[in-house]
Design a protein around this ligand. Sequence first.
Ligand SMILES: Cc1cc2nc3c(=O)[nH]c(=O)nc-3n(C[C@H](O)[C@H](O)[C@H](O)COP(=O)(O)OP(=O)(O)OC[C@H]3O[C@@H](n4cnc5c(N)ncnc54)[C@H](O)[C@@H]3O)c2cc1C
Length: 306
Amino acid sequence: MEPQKDFAVIDAAPEGQRSWANRWHSMVLLSDARRSALPQFPFPGEQSRYPRPDEMLDYLASVEAELGVRTVWGVRAQKVTQIGAGFTLQLSTSSGDIQTRNVVCATGAATVPQVPEWSQALTVPGIVLHSSEYQYPAQLPPGSVLVVGGGNSGVRLAEELRGSHDVTLSSRTRRRYRAREHYASAAGSTLSWLSRVRRPEPVFSDQAHLSPEITRASAVVGAGGATVTFADGSQMQPVSVILATGYAPGVSWLPEQHSGRPLRTKTSVPGLFVAGIPSHSLRGADTIPGAWRDALTIAHQITDRP
Ligand SMILES: Cc1cc2nc3c(=O)[nH]c(=O)nc-3n(C[C@H](O)[C@H](O)[C@H](O)COP(=O)(O)OP(=O)(O)OC[C@H]3O[C@@H](n4cnc5c(N)ncnc54)[C@H](O)[C@@H]3O)c2cc1C
C-alpha cells in the first residue's frame, strides 16, 4: 500500500485543529505521557507527567509526519451508501463524492456537545456555556456558578472555578474516584451486574473527594427564567451556568445499522468500519490506546477482506 495513493485521510476541522485544540487553558490530560502515546511513537519528555492539549497536538502532528500521512483538512464526510449489493461504497463529502472499497469512520466519541433541553429556558444574568466552550475563569462574570454534570470535565471545572467563584456542582449520581494512573484501564462507563444499570465513568483525580468549598446539588430537573430546580426540590438562581453534560459521538453521517448491535469496529455495511467509539467497539475505545486498538483491528479486517 502506498501512502496517499491507496488511502486518504479527511478531517472537517481547519488545518491542524484536532479535537485537542479546543480544550480549556489549564487542562492537562487524564492519562500520563506514557499512556497517552501510540505504540512505537513515544511521547517526548518526562513520561510520568500529564501532557497539555497543545503538547498532544504537536505529538500527533509529529506522528503524522513520521508516517507520511497528509490529512486533507476542511473536508466533511456527509453520507456513506453502498452501491447495489457490490463491494463499492460511495462517500459524499463537502468537497464532492468519491467511490471506494472501504471507509473508516474515526469522527470521535466526544464530537457533538450535549446540551440539555431545560437550558434553553434559562435566562441568567451571567452566561450559560457548554464545557466545550469554557476556556478560563475570567470568562465568567463574578458571582455564583452552577456546574451541571459530575463527570471528569464537571469536577475539573468546579475545582478550577472554586478559586474565583462561588461554585455549586450538580450531579445525577454519586461520584466514584479513581487515581489518575488507572485512566487507561478504567475509562468508560460500566454496566453493573447486579442492577444492570449503567454506572458512569469514575472521576480520575489525585484527590479522592470534592473540595469542601464546592456546594453539592442533586440533578437539575428543570429551569425557568433565572431559576434552576434540582431533583430534591431545592432551587437556585446562579449568575452563570456551565453545562458539563457530555458529548455525543460524531456518527450522524453513518447509515442506520441494519441488523442488531454492531460487531466490534464493523458495521452492517461491508467495508464500513468505526474506530474510537465505544458503542461500536469495546469499553475504553474512546481513549488514545483504545482508538489505536481499533485502528489495528480495522487494518487487519481490511487486509483480510476478500
Ligand atoms: C475533555 C476530554 C479529555 C480527554 N482526555 C483524555 C486523556 O487524558 N487520555 C486519553 O487517552 N483520552 C482522553 N480523551 C479522549 C480522547 O480525546 C480520544 O480518545 C481521542 O481524541 C480519540 O481520537 P479520535 O481520532 O478517535 O477522535 P477525535 O480526537 O475526537 O477526532 C475526531 C476528528 O474527526 C473530525 N470530524 C468529526 N466529524 C467529521 C466529519 N463528519 N467529517 C470529517 N471529519 C470529522 C473532527 O474534526 C476531529 O478532528 C479526552 C476527551 C475529552 C473530551
